[in-house]
Design a protein around this ligand. Structure first.
Ligand SMILES: [Zn+2]
Ligand SMILES: [Zn+2]
Length: 155
């Protein structure tokens, strides 16, 4: 991707659309309970952008404040989860973490790690060799690389 990269996406019904400009600062899986609750998925994958890189259009997205200063946006018509949004101390400003499967072309957004492995559903793992962090991706020493070595519970 180049600095000029523009990507588009939106919700399932098409009422809420967005456009991102420039490169994402990171693509990561998130296993945290809140992301899983927000989407209903066993894991989510998010691409991060500074707020000024993202332009929304169409219907106004709805925002549920899941904790103080943290918004989780979704389409008020079809319910598609769209973002985690708030101020990032590591990025130094307001950001949008966009659920990558809402992009029209998510194939080029390739994850580089796993966040909140400590909250991962016990039976769920992925056979990649990416670093697994206890909490935020890139912070501290990874718990490990790759799937749990002892294997996953069978029942
Ligand atoms: Zn929609
Ligand atoms: Zn999360």
């Amino acid at each position: 991707m180049t600095k000029d990269t523009t990507m588009t996406g939106g919700c399932m019904c098409g009422a809420v659309r967005y456009e991102t400009t420039g490169e994402t600062f990171g693509v990561n899986y998130c296993h945290c309970k809140s992301c899983r609750k927000h989407t209903g998925g066993a894991v989510v994958t998010l691409a991060g952008y500074m707020a000024d890189q993202v332009q929304f259009s169409g219907d106004e997205r709805k925002i549920y404040e899941s904790s103080e200063g943290v918004g989780r946006a979704f389409c008020g018509n079809c319910g598609t989860p769209l973002t985690w949004e708030g101020v990032s101390s590591t990025q130094g400003g307001p950001i949008f973490e966009i659920h990558i499967s809402t992009f029209d072309n998510p194939d080029i957004l390739i994850p580089s790690g796993h966040a909140f492995d400590s909250e991962r559903i016990s039976w769920f793992d992925i056979a990649d060799n990416l670093p697994r962090f206890s909490e935020f991706d890139g912070e501290g020493t990874p718990l490990r690389h790759g799937p749990v070595s002892e294997g996953l519970p069978s029942k």
